[in-house]
Ligand binder design. Structure first.
Ligand code: MTE
Ligand code: HPA
Ligand code: MOS
Length: 813
């Protein structure tokens, strides 16, 4: 810290930047406190620059960032492994773990009967036993866990279990489940007007259905934790986890100890994507049980195949629409039904299917519409949060409808989309929320249409397709409107804890977790900005439940919105105290005091005074001013009445649009995404570099979901696509060769969000629907654009080929 103090004080006399250190010559000190500064070639003044790089960027790319498995464990730490069910549905008749216990290196074995406290760790509703007791509900369900002296010994030992399960008939089809009313939660409905009458009176009625596939999170760091027993029956839990507070609660409940005995810590995750919102908790609970019983630290890290089998995925959906349209192809009303495949338990499915319903309109007015959401129970792992949280699956049905209407009318899908966008007089959603920035939607679509040359390319593609019987090109523009806020109102709160130390360095902790999305960088920027100091003076250590309590998961894209506001609140309190102190101490006019560029500035012109930040802090400390504050934030205005299905669940909407162009070989089904243009709305960006990364990453992850990532189970319900060899996430080579990404500028959030920014984590994911729509466009050319092909997702080459065959057959007959 000495260097920091010196530099902070140096600001007193010299405001100029240090000479830049050329990156190539600078020492690489990845683990050093100021590593990112040491090799930062930009001068300090520019450093809280807006487009600051990720706080761990250097550590990420040099392998120096610590993940859970990199943490050194205390001597005598044990390795845990989990025994999983091989049956999808049945009654557990016998669980004989004697041979497991006798296996070399094994120290302890536990199953349901060994849990002193709660046995069900369902996050919102019960239904998730930590270990199966009598009922077995999916292949991959945890039955027991072992602790051994080595990872290999633990892995070997679990295979020695003697397990007898009386098989019962499993159910894998959510449509069958819905027909049999096998639901994990009751169905829900949103009705925005007289939908039946709208359908009855509409000049045209279209209907269709689709299957939308699930998705494996494929976080690079798998589920992992390290649990260390502490004094007074306590537990310290290091876990790769989006929801430390809930894991704290569950560990405490499972061990039957008070919450204050458990501290959960996370420095960063190697990706979460929603897969660690609820489903990181069980592993921590198991490791804590083993740690408690043995008084030793326990590590638990799931191998990739076990991880993919044991944890839930994005919900697959079956969607149906029946829509009335007028002679211009504008929707007047109708009925949309969504069936989410929830797997065996509720987990987060109530909220996931709600969010699918909230996005069944995407960016278009549905007129007088009814939207119904079902939560089907099937015998697979419990499907869970995944970037977009049901929103993407809901949007798919209306984007399908847009293409269908266009083919029916013989018009370009873009024209139909533009006509249906929310607009004056058609600005209220089916759940009663007013879409207050709808002109921005039109603006984004129009600008992108222009910047991507949509219409010129459309003409060229149509001409090309006329003369190319096998290779067909396709083009599509799809918009996104994504609601920002947790739909569970109480989760829209956050806290922060800010300390200023006497050398002037600042520690900020907040409720959010870092999973690569750049949240910590943004929060440091907020604090640096409020205190007028350089970014390097602000640090976040790790997320800890003993620093900021009762936190919400880092999810719903709201990490920066919520925690940034809480951090800002804390910083503003400290700033206020410092300025009050300075006014009195130096006898300067309070009104004229500012904190900026690492100093306290008073007055102007000849009366201008300057006190370096470090000096100000020293003086404030000596004068016994508190240099620490807690901050808090709760999102205003939002509400949703589930009984009536009406309200204003979202504080605001984030917008965007993408144009994708594809080239399809219609005799093999193979295709390439040739060009993508994106225009995305982040309000006034908190950090354009990070936001751009989120847009690009989100788009590519969305493209993987809709194209190459196919989940396959065998007839017994065993997941076959359980690793990189059988499950294809996009690789570097799948990047579109032309990928133009632009953040919309000059359009601050209309709501009083953090510096008028907008959340960015999830919305861009859904821009990838343009790829799917472009594939359908290419296929439609086989039938002279008069037919709208069925194309379920993922639209693998196989599905594209089958769709092409079906179209050819129909045009022949
Ligand atoms: N980006 C990276 N690199 N890794 C992730 O795991 N998760 C996404 C998104 N972007 C994720 C990510 C999801 S699902 C969410 S909800 C948001 O980040 C959460 O972070 P935020 O609220 O801070 O944006
Ligand atoms: N999004 C993400 N995660 C959540 C939500 C949501 O709306 N509600 C509860 N967990
Ligand atoms: Mo994101 S699915 O809300 O973790």
């Amino acid at each position: 810290m000495r260097t920091l103090t010196k530099r902070l004080q140096a600001n007193h006399t010299r405001v100029e930047a240090r000479p830049p250190v050329p990156a190539a010559e600078a020492p690489v000190q990845g683990d050093e406190p100021l590593a990112r500064e040491a090799i930062d070639p930009t001068p300090p003044k520019a450093r809280h620059a807006h487009a600051a790089r990720h706080e761990s960027a250097v550590k990420h790319v040099t392998g120096r960032a610590h993940y859970i498995d990199d943490l050194p464990a205390p001597a005598g730490a044990l390795h845990a492994m989990v025994g999983l069910s091989e049956a999808a549905h049945g009654r557990l008749l016998r669980l004989d773990l004697d041979a497991v216990a006798r296996s070399p290196g094994v120290v302890d074995v536990i199953s349901a009967g060994d849990i002193p406290g709660h046995r069900d760790i369902g996050p919102v509703f019960p239904g998730d036993p930590l270990f199966a007791e009598t009922a077995v509900s999916y292949v991959g369900q945890p039955l027991f866990a072992v602790a051994a002296t080595s990872y290999a010994a633990a892995r070997r030992a679990v295979r020695a279990a003697v397990i007898e399960i009386e098989p019962l008939t499993p159910r894998f089809d959510p449509v069958d489940a819905a027909a049999a009313r096998e639901f994990v939660r009751p169905s829900h409905r949103q009705v925005g007007g007289d939908w039946a009458q709208a359908l009855a009176q509409a000049p045209h009625v279209l209907e269709a259905q689709q299957f939308v596939g699930g998705q494996e999170h494929f976080y690079l760091e798998g589920q992992a934790c390290l649990v260390i027993p502490s004094e007074d029956e306590g537990m310290t839990v290091y876990t790769s986890n989006q929801h430390p507070s809930e894991t704290q609660k569950l560990v405490a409940e499972v061990l039957d100890i008070p919450f204050h005995a458990v501290t959960v810590e996370n420095r960063r995750m190697g990706g979460g994507f929603g897969g660690k919102e609820t489903q990181a908790a069980p592993w921590a609970c198991m490791a804590a049980l083993l740690a408690r019983r043995n008084g030793r630290a326990v590590r638990l890290r799931l191998p990739r195949a076990e991880d993919t089998r044991a944890t839930g995925k994005r919900h697959p959906f079956h969607n149906r629409y029946r829509l009335g349209i007028d002679d211009d192809g504008v929707i007047v009303g109708g009925d949309i039904e969504l069936i989410g495949d929830c797997g065996h338990s509720p987990d987060l499915s109530e909220a996931v299917v709600d969010r699918a319903m909230f996005h069944a309109d995407n960016a278009y007015s549905l007129g007088a519409a009814r939207v119904t959401g079902h939560r089907a129970r099937t015998h697979t792992a419990s499907n869970t949060a995944f970037r977009g949280f049901g929103g993407p699956q809901g949007m798919m049905i209306i984007e399908r409808a847009m293409d269908d209407i266009a083919r029916h009318r013989g018009e370009d899908p873009l024209t139909i989309r533009q006509r249906n966008l929310y607009r004056l007089g058609r600005e209220t959603t089916h759940y009663g929320q007013h879409v207050d920035q709808h002109p921005l939607l039109h603006h984004v679509v129009e600008r992108l249409t222009h910047s991507s040359d949509y219409w010129q390319r459309r003409d060229r593609i149509t001409a090309f397709n006329r003369h190319s019987p096998v290779i067909k090109r396709g083009l599509a523009l799809t918009p996104v409107k994504f609601g920002i806020s947790f739909t569970a109102k109480h989760l829209n709160q956050a806290g922060a804890l800010l300390h200023v130390y006497t050398d002037g360095s600042v520690m900020i902790n907040h409720g959010g977790t870092e999973m690569g999305q750049g949240l910590h960088t943004k929060i440091c920027q907020v604090v640096a900005r409020e205190l007028g100091i350089e970014l390097g003076a602000v640090r976040i250590s790790a997320t800890r439940t003993d620093k900021v309590p009762n936190t919400s998961p880092t999810a719903a894209s709201s990490g920066a919105d919520l925690n940034g506001m809480a951090a800002r609140d804390a910083a503003i309190q400290v700033r206020r105290r410092l300025l009050d102190f300075a006014a009195e101490h130096y006898q300067w006019d309070r009104e004229g005091l500012e904190l900026e560029e690492g100093a306290l500035i008073a007055g102007n012109g000849d009366t201008r005074h300057r006190v370096a930040w470090g000096e100000l802090i020293q003086a404030a400390y000596l004068a016994r001013v508190s240099l620490s504050a807690t901050g808090f934030y709760a999102t205003p205005l939002i509400h949703y009445d589930r009984a009536s299905g009406q309200g204003r669940p979202f504080y605001y909407f984030a917008y965007g649009a993408a144009v994708s162009e594809v080239r399809v070989d219609t005799l093999s089904g193979e295709y390439r995404v040739e060009r993508v243009d994106v225009l995305h709305d982040v309000g006034d960006s908190l950090n354009p570099a990070i936001d751009r990364g989120q847009v690009e990453g989100g788009f590519i992850q969305g493209m993987g979901w809709l194209t190459s990532e196919e989940l396959k189970w065998n007839a017994e319900g065993r997941l076959l696509s359980d690793g990189p060899a059988t499950y294809k996430i996009p690789t570097f080579g799948d990047l579109p060769p032309v990928f133009n990404v632009e953040l919309l500028e000059g359009h601050p959030n209309s709501q009083a969000s953090l510096y008028r920014s907008k959340a960015v984590g999830e919305p861009p994911f859904m821009l990838a629907i343009s790829v799917w729509s472009a594939l359908r466009d290419a296929l439609a050319s086989l039938a002279d654009y008069r037919e709208s092909p069925d194309l379920d997702t993922p639209a693998t080459p196989e599905r594209v080929l089958l769709a092409a065959e079906a179209l050819r057959q129909r045009s022949r007959s």
